[in-house]
Design a protein around this ligand. Structure first.
Ligand code: DX5
Ligand code: ZN
Length: 217
């Protein structure tokens, strides 16, 4: 089954609670929370207090995407704030194995993330330890960007490697996923789709989520 992880990055934050309720009533699989520090990416978004507030508003899985420099420094805080999945970048300057172990030490799931230009093989040494791999299909930093279809072969490479190792991995795609590109992601081997602009630009988010579910069936 394909899972959807709505990104709240393009939400109207004054009405965030209502958006969460609406997506929860549409039975979203998780929420994707984009954390940016203005250093690893050229933008600043939400942080620990917002994750903690969202945790109080929903019992749905919180998929936290850390786009921050040396993320190992903040794993404990995000775990305590209520993240369920903690994703970090291979390019962010933390020891990858140590950071995965740290995430697991708090009983959370670890997701290793790669930018569009990073080769798929960067995640291969860690597949046995990981709970999820995220392949970015835009340069991280902003919502509403155009999907980079050239990253699709990397998804297939990672899926094939997992199959070879007998690992039933969650492979997530993030950036520019919409009604046209979602089927391409699934065909390439992804099973978790981050959806930001496609939902938040819709009049009715629940209906749009339903349309996305239908299109990837
Ligand atoms: C980009 C973020 C994405 C993004 C998704 O840096 O990681 O999660 O907000 O939004 P859309 O679906 O609008 O590309
Ligand atoms: Zn993201």
């Amino acid at each position: 089954m394909i899972k959807f992880s709505p990104s709240i990055l393009t939400a109207d934050f004054v009405h965030l609670g209502e958006a969460i309720e609406e997506l929860d009533s549409a039975k979203t699989d998780m929420f994707h929370l984009d954390v940016m520090d203005g250093i690893f990416v050229p933008n600043i978004s939400i942080g620990i207090p917002v994750v903690a507030s969202i945790r109080k508003a929903t019992s749905t899985v919180l998929d936290v995407h850390l786009m921050i420099d040396r993320p190992h420094r903040y794993i404990k805080q995000f775990a305590e704030a209520g993240a369920d999945i903690i994703g970090f970048h291979t390019e962010a300057g933390s020891d990858i194995k140590e950071t995965i172990d740290l995430i697991h030490s708090f009983g959370k799931k670890a997701c290793l993330t790669i930018k569009p230009k990073t080769p798929a093989s960067e995640v291969f040494p860690y597949l046995k330890e990981l709970d999820m791999v995220l392949v970015m299909s835009v340069e991280p930093g902003f919502g509403g960007q155009k999907f980079m279809s050239e990253v699709l072969p990397k998804v297939t490479e990672i899926r094939n490697e997992c199959d070879k190792l007998g690992i039933d991995m969650d492979i997530e795609m993030d950036g520019g996923v919409n009604l046209e590109t979602a089927p391409l992601c699934v065909k390439a081997g992804a099973n978790v789709l981050v959806t930001g602009n496609v939902l938040f630009s819709a009049e009715n988010k629940a209906k749009r989520l339903e349309e996305l579910r239908e299109i990837v069936k």
